[in-house]
Design a protein around this ligand. Structure first.
Ligand code: ZN
Length: 107
């Protein structure tokens, strides 16, 4: 898994993905071989609020030399977690200020 920056949120990532503006590395991080398109898989991204949870495509490439598959996760997501980083940061800051649930902390 390699994080890529493709905008700060789901909407800008989807716009870049749909228009083909994602800049994905072409060299394998393990062996330096050439990476080729290998489809994508879907995963959840939760920005909370109405319509905040979406399934988004995550691009993959496969190395022609070593055969490894590399996934390119948007930088606002973490592996195995659907909450986007901005929401996680707001929760952390709210907890530091003493919020213990019931309401979302203000920004
Ligand atoms: Zn490789």
């Amino acid at each position: 898994m390699i994080p890529i920056f493709a905008g700060p949120d789901v909407r800008s990532y989807l716009a870049a993905e749909k228009s083909g503006r994602l800049r994905l590395p072409r060299l394998c991080p393990a062996c330096g071989g050439r990476l080729w398109g290998h489809g994508c898989y879907e995963r959840g991204a939760d920005e909370t609020g109405p319509g905040g949870y979406q399934r988004i495509p995550v691009r993959r490439r496969r190395c022609s030399r070593c055969g490894r598959t590399v996934s390119f996760l948007p930088s606002f997501l973490r592996p195995y977690q659907s909450l986007v980083s901005a929401v996680r940061q707001r929760l952390y800051e709210g907890r530091r200020r003493g919020c213990r649930g019931g309401r979302w902390p203000s920004q």
